[in-house]
Design a protein. Structure first.
Lengths: 205, 205
């Protein structure tokens, strides 16, 4: 009996990562179809996983949401995003990747909205603040590379420009989801790229 | 008795707009302190208004949220925003006004996040879609005025630029709320204004 239990437990442990990944996949499908659930219990009920089982993997709704986002996000540049890719292009490519995952932008909007509530979603707030810092630092480095190469005006503050590019990309994806016929993320970001072209020996414009 | 009832009802009707305004004010205070409530019942409990009384004024949580936002929003330009004020400046002034109303940006983020859920928040979605259309149309007109006066490059599409300015302003306010020390809405928007200066006889740059 003790042996059986140990064996069962061993089997559960071996299966845990796979089961966790299944839960994350079903959660993002749910978010795309029905929106982000308001509690861990409600999310469990909707994806057919018991509250206890869900709690085994995720201590709270916020932990689950952050885990789902981490699993699927395309917002952080890929290793292939070389230094000579412009800040605007990096965000545009990530917007392109996001578009392929229904529910991801809704989840991202929920996480950033939750993060605004200082005392109610500490895990979400830490995650989103840290993510913005990382994204801005990467974009600012690309702006500085452009300035070193002479393609971007030297009097533009790279950190201010980085916040602008991240903001424009987030806001445009949201407007596009609401009115796909009226908004074109690519074309609007291309306007911003006039100011912030990629680094390179030649001026882009 | 019937007279009393009629009189009481008459008094209620006379008081209704005032009572409704009180509820809207207490709701936005609540949103600033504790976040946007998840149901009409929860919001009523938090602001000390019975569910029945709340239902007298607002048919649903979404109706209440939209009404609170309408009551307090500063996102739409003031009548004093003359045509020669740049698109970027209009959004910057509205960001400035928003900052004075704690809870408003949280409420706006909640409304736009809810609006992404096509089938679950129809009233919110209609309101937010219509608001974006109105804001973009106003901003596009300012870009066209800049192009007519020669201050903005003629080959920039005014509608694409309008979406860009609205997106940048929304996204920057959100990043600023999360990291006030790292993000400066004014400075980042000023970078965008290099491309999209106000209309005027003289070139701004």
């Amino acid at each position: 009996m003790a042996n059986d239990q140990a064996e069962e437990r061993g089997r559960s442990y071996r299966k845990a990562p796979e089961r966790r990944a299944q839960i994350l996949l079903r959660a993002i499908e749910l978010f795309a179809e029905q929106g982000v659930g308001s509690s861990l219990r409600a999310i469990g009920a909707a994806i057919g996983v018991s509250h206890a089982a869900l709690r085994y993997y995720f201590a709270s709704r916020d932990e689950l949401l952050v885990a789902v986002y981490r699993e699927h996000e395309g917002m952080v540049h890929e290793p292939s995003d070389a230094a000579d890719v412009s800040a605007v292009s990096v965000m545009e490519k990530s917007a392109e990747r996001n578009r392929a995952i229904p529910g991801l932008v809704e989840l991202y909007a929920t996480l950033t909205t939750d993060a605004l509530q200082e005392h109610h979603h500490p895990i979400t707030r830490d995650f989103i603040q840290e993510r913005f810092r990382r994204v801005r630092a990467d974009l600012a480095e690309r702006v500085r590379a452009g300035q070193r190469s002479g393609s971007i005006a030297a009097d533009i503050d790279a950190d201010d420009a980085a916040a602008l590019v991240a903001a424009a990309s987030d806001g445009l994806q949201l407007q596009w989801l609401l009115s796909p016929d009226d908004v074109d993320v690519h074309r609007s970001l291309a306007i911003l790229e006039r100011l912030l072209p990629p680094a390179g020996p030649a001026l882009m414009r």
